[in-house]
Design a protein around this ligand. Structure first.
Ligand code: ATP
Length: 306
């Protein structure tokens, strides 16, 4: 049972005020891109997790837990609990999505494990767990998990987990530039709050950008590039100043838009075409401003059984 699951980039990440529960209210426009982890689930006599890097992927697998803390293991336990079975499964995770890279790799693996374990343990003829059940269970594991199930392009509100698909035309071509070493998502949110306080800024109530929605509906890459926005970017740049050079290198080489992906440190660049993306990735690899740059496209479907 192998499930393929995509990474995400945030086309807009609007961060509102800090809530009493410690989360921020967000407007989060997610876009699934063609960079995939694979999770294979096989029956076993106990729950175990192994992690390997996909061929050619430079991912820091040593930073991924192989214990019960792994988000895929948490997902397996949740499915077992809901179906009243023991979580007797071996999970093999083949990672291409950067670890702690702002592309929701851990959430993707959790989504894949939900789908794989439901398929393993649920009754195929009269399933007890619907797609909506898996979405709800995903939201309990982490804010980015439901989107990894859904894929495509979608707007998330609340903690980002209440999703509505967004109509998008055509295919957009991207380049992603990974960095050596991750950034902790909670640390980036905390830095965002600190910077706002230092500057005396009140967090605005986040609203979906109309320019962004129109660009997506029209399949207009130039307009999309101009509308990309991430409220966490100043915080990510303070914590990792070298990302300024990475973003500038992409802009100087004709990217239609450049931004930090989610909480970083991966940077995302929108290209004019597949060929432009390939050229831009090669140029960034030659410029020594990233660990690895590669092309990908979006939108792509969410977690899919192979
Ligand atoms: P996001 O974009 O959702 O903020 P991220 O892409 O920055 O997340 P992840 O790669 O999802 O970060 O991982 C963050 C941390 O979660 C890792 O440092 C690791 O300790 C832990 N983790 C747990 N399970 C996994 C998993 N299956 N893959 C990667 N990291 C995992």
């Amino acid at each position: 049972m192998t499930v393929r699951v995509p990474a995400k980039v945030n086309l807009q990440l609007g961060v509102g005020p800090l809530r009493d529960d410690g989360y921020h209210d967000l407007v989060n426009v997610f876009h699934a891109v063609s960079l995939f982890d694979e999770v294979t689930a096989v029956p076993a006599d106990r729950l175990s997790v192994t992690v390997e890097a996909a061929p050619d992927a430079r991912v820091a697998i040593e930073a991924v837990p192989t214990t019960g803390d792994n988000l895929a293991a948490r997902a397996a336990r949740l499915v077992a609990e809901r179906l009243g079975v023991e979580p007797l499964v071996g999970l093999r995770i083949r990672k291409a999505i950067p670890v702690a890279g702002g592309m929701a790799g851990g959430s993707a693996d959790a989504a894949a494990a939900l789908v794989a374990c439901a398929r393993l343990w649920d009754d195929p003829d009269t399933p007890r767990l619907s797609r909506d059940d898996l979405m709800e269970m995903g939201g309990a594991i982490g804010s980015d998990v439901p989107f990894a199930l859904l894929g495509g392009t979608a707007i998330g509100v609340g903690r980002g987990e209440r999703l509505t698909p967004v109509p998008a035309s055509g295919t957009f071509h991207w380049v992603f530039a990974t960095a050596d070493g991750g950034l902790s998502t909670p640390a980036v949110y905390a830095e965002c709050d600190r910077l706002r306080e230092e500057r005396g800024e009140r967090a605005p109530w986040p609203r979906a950008s109309e320019e962004l929605m129109a660009a997506l509906a029209d399949g207009d890459a130039k307009a999309l590039g101009a509308a990309l926005h991430n409220d966490l970017q100043p915080a990510a740049l303070t914590l990792r100043p070298s990302l300024r050079d990475t973003l500038a290198a992409g802009r100087d080489r004709g990217a239609l838009g450049a931004l930090v992906s989610g909480s970083g440190p991966t940077c995302a660049f929108l290209a004019e075409s597949g060929n432009h993306a390939a050229d831009l990735a090669a140029a960034l690899n030659g410029a020594d401003v990233a660990e690895q740059a590669f092309a990908a496209h979006g939108p792509v479907p969410g977690a899919t059984l192979l």
